[in-house]
Design a binder for this molecule. Structure first.
Ligand SMILES: C[S@@+](CC[C@H](N)C(=O)[O-])C[C@H]1O[C@@H](n2cnc3c(N)ncnc32)[C@H](O)[C@@H]1O
Length: 210
């Protein structure tokens, strides 16, 4: 899977990338009432412009992404100074208040994200095959502190086996996140021309992990 993502980025097959901030982020983020200076973890971040939007609201952003191309393309959109360093297997580039960690999200350790207070997932959970989604939900719960809030933008379509993007049902979202998060569905869109239906969820990390 890892190799497939790297190949997609090398070949520019990134149909998932949006040329604008995701409208659901703009509609729902403020209602989460995440404090303005809270640092936001963005797993599997690609070169999403949503990170710029969050940083322009005042949030420091920590994005994690496998593909170096994604990170370089994100940085190239702006002329701001870039500082680079290396930490525990990740190549890190910082531009303004956005830090991009190049490496595997599953290798990120809680010590490395101890300032994170909230998270944002658009097309991250649905990028992962079924067996890995369980691991993702638990890893996310381990990385963020109790009461951390987050927005999840997920997707359903009619072929359960095809992906990415994988179809993730409401039942699966409940199963994955309910043990460690309070969960509220904020909206479900109309099917697009491919029959893809996006849903938007507010999450809040519960107390001790289960
Ligand atoms: C469907 S894209 C979504 C990107 C971004 N969230 C967006 O909204 O545009 C999934 C991204 O996750 C990256 N990715 C896949 N597995 C990863 C992993 N284990 N660690 C970090 N990044 C990963 C891929 O390279 C790809 O850029």
């Amino acid at each position: 899977m890892r190799e497939q993502w790297l190949k997609r980025w090398r070949e520019g097959r990134i149909g998932f990338h949006l040329a604008q901030t995701h409208p659901a982020l703009v509609r729902h983020w403020k209602a989460l009432e995440v404090p303005r200076r809270a640092k936001i973890l963005v797993p599997l971040c690609g070169k999403s412009l949503d990170m710029r939007w969050l940083s322009e609201l005042g949030h420091p952003v920590l994005g994690v992404e496998l593909a170096p191309e994604a990170i370089e393309q994100f940085l190239a959109q702006r002329s701001g100074e870039i500082s680079r360093y290396h930490q525990a297997g990740f190549d890190i580039a910082r531009q303004g208040s956005v830090e991009l960690w190049q490496g595997d999200f599953f290798h990120l350790h809680i010590r490395q994200v101890d300032e994170v207070e909230a998270f944002y997932d658009r097309a991250s959970l649905i990028a992962l095959p079924p067996a890995t989604r369980q691991r993702y939900a638990l890893h996310l719960a381990q990385l963020v502190p109790p009461r951390a809030k987050g927005l999840l933008i997920s997707l359903q379509h009619c072929d359960d086996d095809a992906g990415p993007p994988y179809s993730v049902s409401q039942e699966e979202i409940d199963e994955l996140f309910m043990p460690n998060f309070r969960l509220a569905k904020l909206e479900e869109g109309a099917p697009d021309e491919r029959g893809f239906v996006e849903s938007v969820w507010a999450l809040e990390r519960r107390g001790p992990l289960t």
